[in-house]
Write a protein of this length. Structure first.
Length: 84
């Protein structure tokens, strides 16, 4: 009886370890296969944002003025209806 319980416990731990490993490998494979993780535009945008942030920080620290411009104003969207 003790041997059966021990084998069952070992089997449960083994199955759990394999499931955790498989879940992690699946998550890594999905992330690696996603097209958004392979674009150069996302890294260019991130580096551009970091560069402009450091420029604004350095301008403010040397007595300059860092100006934040307001968001551009766009016209309200127009609803088009098809019918009478």
């Amino acid at each position: 009886m003790q041997i059966a319980r021990r084998r069952l416990r070992v089997a449960r731990y083994s199955i759990s370890a394999v499931a955790v490993t498989a879940f992690g490998a699946f998550g890594f494979a999905v992330r690696d296969a996603h097209p958004a993780t392979h674009t150069k535009a996302s890294t260019a945008i991130a580096s551009s944002a970091a560069a402009s942030a450091s420029t604004a920080d350095s301008a403010a620290s040397f007595g300059g003025s860092a100006v934040i411009s307001p968001a551009p104003q766009f016209a309200a969207p127009q609803v088009q209806s098809s019918g009478s």
